[in-house]
Design a binder for this molecule. Structure first.
Ligand code: AP5
Length: 241
């Protein structure tokens, strides 16, 4: 267990298909860190036909974004359970509005963000990857036919259950998701790089951009960025101004 002030509070940021899920899974495997993927959460809600799932199904299929307030609700209950853990958020926040809501929520926990990693991968690279992606829906495990093949084609390595294609991974919807990224999500980079926001007390999170087209290029850079952001770790009492 870690005192709140020392815990890793990280956002894995990037375009759809940039490799957020793949690299987050690697970090979780190697370090004592937990992760939360809003894409995986929503796909589970859809599969279980919950109330959120019913709202999400059509929006996700079309490559749109769910309302900010609803997303905060989905995320915050999970986050509260991770209070004493190191964590990475994958796929949230995705709008400046969500960024503000998250800051406010973490402020209540006295445990603000300390690291934002931006995976900067060219569109052309991403578009070719997506057609090769297969997923294991229950766990969120991701495979790629040209890069990270399952041991047996079509089956999950751990459970042996069948892999599926995501319904939003067809070229047409994927193009819409990329457009949505540029319109609504990329402004968050400005939000995180601007001077300490009035929304979060004390020093702001460290923002690191990693560029590369293979995970072997990106992985060492990512581990370096993660070298504990102790200088940016914040407690509550005393440091807030
Ligand atoms: P979500 O599941 O978050 O989709 P996304 O952001 O589009 O991200 P992806 O899962 O497509 O990609 P990734 O970056 O994780 O890449 P991956 O590691 O799989 O969200 C889905 C939908 O839910 C959204 O469109 C929206 O509708 C809704 N939603 C979610 N969050 C929301 C929010 N906060 N607010 C509102 N709505 C929300 O890698 C991609 C592929 O490339 C894989 O096949 C992988 O194996 C391969 N790959 C990875 N790295 C490499 C490499 N270095 N070289 C070769 N191949 C690689």
């Amino acid at each position: 267990h870690h005192p709140n002030g020392r815990a890793l509070r990280m956002i894995m940021f990037g375009k759809p298909g940039a490799g957020k899920g793949t690299l987050t899974a690697r970090l979780v495997q190697k370090y004592d860190i937990l992760s939360l993927s809003t894409g995986d959460l929503l796909r589970q809600h859809i599969a279980e036909k919950t109330e959120v799932g019913r709202v999400a199904e059509e929006i996700v299929a079309k490559g749109g974004l769910l309302p900010d307030e609803l997303m905060l609700k989905v995320v915050s209950s999970k986050l509260d359970a991770l209070r004493h853990k190191h964590w990475i958020l994958d796929g949230f926040p995705r709008t400046v509005g969500q960024g503000r809501l998250l800051d406010a929520h973490l402020r209540k926990q006295c445990s603000p963000l300390n690291l934002v990693v931006n995976l900067d991968v060219p569109d052309e690279v991403i578009l070719t990857r997506i057609s090769d992606r297969w997923v294991h829906l229950p766990s969120g495990r991701v495979y790629n036919l040209s890069y990270n093949r399952p041991r047996v084609d079509g089956l999950d390595d751990k459970t042996g259950e069948p892999l599926t294609k995501r319904p939003d991974d067809n070229p047409e919807t994927f193009t819409r998701r990329l457009q949505q990224f540029y319109a609504s999500t990329s402004p968050l980079l400005q939000y995180y790089s601007s001077s300490p926001s009035t929304n979060s007390p004390g020093p702001k999170a460290k923002l690191v951009s990693l560029r590369g087209s293979t995970s072997d290029e990106i992985w060492p850079l990512l581990e370096h960025a993660l070298a504990w952001p102790s200088e940016t770790a914040l407690g509550c009492g005393g440091t807030a101004s």
